[in-house]
Write a protein that binds this ligand. Structure first.
Ligand code: BDP
Length: 566
């Protein structure tokens, strides 16, 4: 659970300027022995754009800083909490290894309770070596292929720059030694709020749960789990553009310890029924984008002002949703979406899967990452659906593999619909049948049928009907768009101009709005973002409706008109 401060819990943020060495031959000891002369590195942030030396560094980045454990932490469970560290992270304190985590987009903790209240030296090795077996796979193998991008530099299996570093906040935390380990909240629009509480130990004592003045008391006779319900009277529902939130205050009292944790939640229900996606019983239409965590200098580092700006632009343009393509985003972003009433499709860091993964060896790893994501994000009302993968290659070859992923997600969270984002043909996508929503990415008049928007739209219309007639599921066009150089104009519209992007987006939307089975349109992408080098990327993937600086292209005004009027 995200570290919080209250009567029983404390946290100290360790973000700031750290020492940094790339490829530290001396390993952890390199710092201690003075064998290296470190550069400065800002945390949170990627190393690539902070210092020209490191743009194309994709290896082991060594970070160091000192920190103090205050006296007030004595007798508590003390741990370090990393929001995310790219690739594989190994953590050392005073030369001793205290933790290891794989996967650059989800948090982990390292217990350091045994350390004394004193000054300590923290070293983190963020290993961002491009690895064909990491999740997501960060390197292409010769056999993989990828629509003309296989020789991009660096050759990742996905179309975004493989930024490295400590990307989210690092906290030093102290909590009671017997503590509330997890809380799961589920709501019904009747106001019924049910909760499952997990404790660190089997305990005798009492749990008190309070929300909106309603109280539920549970006594513990040696259990480590407890469940209960309360009913909020006249519930204010969580709605699009109106993120009504409640607090669920969980207090634990035992003979030896007390603890408290407050979860913010929204009262809402999501359901797929026939061809409709229902929020609180009403059909919703997704208008929005696929996004990235990406900005100048910061790389994938979280920045509150940047995201405040992005949410303000989402509102300005009339969007109601986005997908966390292609990995789980910083938890602060989900909090912001909760309060703004923005719907999120939460995507697992599973982009670039292909048949070499579809076997027992990788099933466990893939399912584990899905569980990790759901466990982190399950209480956010903004998350209305899980996307378990983006554009898996030849998914039909992994039919049973995808069935198992779908089951994993449903077992972990029976309350939200699931999807995966398909690209290839119908024949390549047999697993769609295990999912609730059919999300598809299509680039007519961009990656094929160049320059001919009308013909592209005709192709799209037929392709969509074919998908729908086969699977009969609600359809989300999860990506469509065109690379566009801000400032490039022409008449008539030609590829790469602002006119072309604008015309293409509005023409595709015209097609979508004629099909009753369509539940939404997500434009690729919200903003330009840093891509790998090849002849089709001018620094960035330029399909942004906003530039990387967040200035609107012509298409932003076009979308604003469409999305605020209909
Ligand atoms: C889709 C991918 C996305 C790419 C986009 C593109 O899901 O990550 O950036 O295409 O090519 O295939 O712009």
């Amino acid at each position: 659970m995200f570290p919080k401060i209250n009567k029983y819990r404390d946290r100290i943020c360790l973000s700031g300027v750290w020492d940094f060495v790339a490829d530290n031959d001396g390993g952890e000891k390199g710092f201690a022995n003075g064998l290296v002369s470190p550069d400065m590195m800002g945390v949170p942030g990627s190393w690539n754009e902070q210092n020209t030396k490191y743009l194309q560094f994709h290896g082991k980045g060594w970070y160091q800083r000192s920190f103090f454990i205050p006296d007030s932490f004595s007798g508590k469970k003390v741990f370090l909490r990393f929001g995310s560290v790219s690739g594989k992270a190994t953590v050392f304190v005073d030369g001793e290894r205290v933790g290891y985590h794989e996967g650059g987009f989800l948090p982990f903790e390292c217990d350091i309770s045994k350390l004394s209240a004193d000054e300590h030296r923290l070293v983190v090795c963020a290993d961002n070596t491009l690895d064909p077996w990491s999740l997501p796979p960060a390197k292409l193998l010769d056999s993989d292929g990828r629509m003309g991008f296989s020789d991009q530099y660096p050759a990742t299996s996905y179309d975004f720059f493989p930024f490295g570093g400590i990307h989210r906040d690092v906290f030093l935390c102290a909590i009671p030694s017997v503590y509330i380990k997890d809380v799961t909240v589920r709501t019904k629009i009747s106001g019924e709020v049910s909760f499952d509480i997990e404790l660190s130990d089997r305990t005798f004592g009492k749990i008190t749960v309070e929300s909106d003045g309603e109280i539920c008391e549970l006594s513990l006779g040696g259990e480590s789990r407890a469940s209960g319900k309360i009913t909020v009277k006249s519930p204010r529902l969580w709605k699009i553009g109106d993120g009504q939130l409640y607090d669920l205050r969980v207090s634990l009292a035992t003979d030896s310890a007390c603890d408290e944790y407050t979860v913010s939640y929204g009262i809402r229900e999501v359901l797929v029924e026939g061809d409709k996606f229902l929020l609180n019983g009403e059909s919703v239409y997704f208008k929005g984008f696929g996004k990235h965590e990406d900005f100048h200098v910061l790389g994938k580092g979280f920045s509150a002002p940047l995201w405040v700006k992005d949410f303000s632009l989402l509102k300005w343009i009339g969007a109601n949703s986005f997908r966390t393509s292609h990995y789980p985003y910083d938890e602060n972003i989900l909090d912001m979406a909760d309060r703004e009433g923005v719907m999120i499709i939460g995507e697992a860091p599973l982009v670039g899967l292909n048949p070499r993964f579809y076997n027992d060896e990788h099933q466990g790893r893939v399912n584990a990452v899905i569980k990790e994501m759901i466990s982190r994000d399950k209480n956010h009302p903004s998350i209305v659906m899980w996307s378990l993968a983006n554009e898996p290659g030849q998914a039909s070859k992994g039919d049973a593999f995808f069935a198992s992923m779908a089951k994993t997600a449903r077992d972990a969270d029976p309350t939200r619909p699931i999807t995966y984002v398909a690209h290839q043909s119908l024949a390549d996508n047999s697993p769609v049948k295990y999912f609730d929503v059919m999300s598809v990415t299509r680039y007519p008049a961009w990656y094929f049928i160049y320059g001919r928007i009308e013909e592209g739209c005709k192709w799209l219309s037929e392709d969509m009907d074919e998908f729908y007639n086969t699977y009969k599921k609600p359809y989300l066009l999860a990506e469509f768009g065109a690379d566009t150089m801000a400032g490039l104009h022409c008449e008539p519209a030609q590829m790469f101009s602002e006119e072309y992007q604008s015309e293409l987006l509005s023409s595709v939307i015209d097609v979508l709005r004629q099909k009753p089975y369509v539940i939404g349109e997500h434009v690729w992408a919200f903003a330009d973002f840093k891509a790998n080098q090849n002849y089709s990327r001018v620094f960035y993937n330029r399909k942004g409706v906003f530039t990387r600086e967040r200035d609107p292209k012509m298409s932003a005004h076009t979308l604003r008109k469409i999305w605020t009027e209909k």
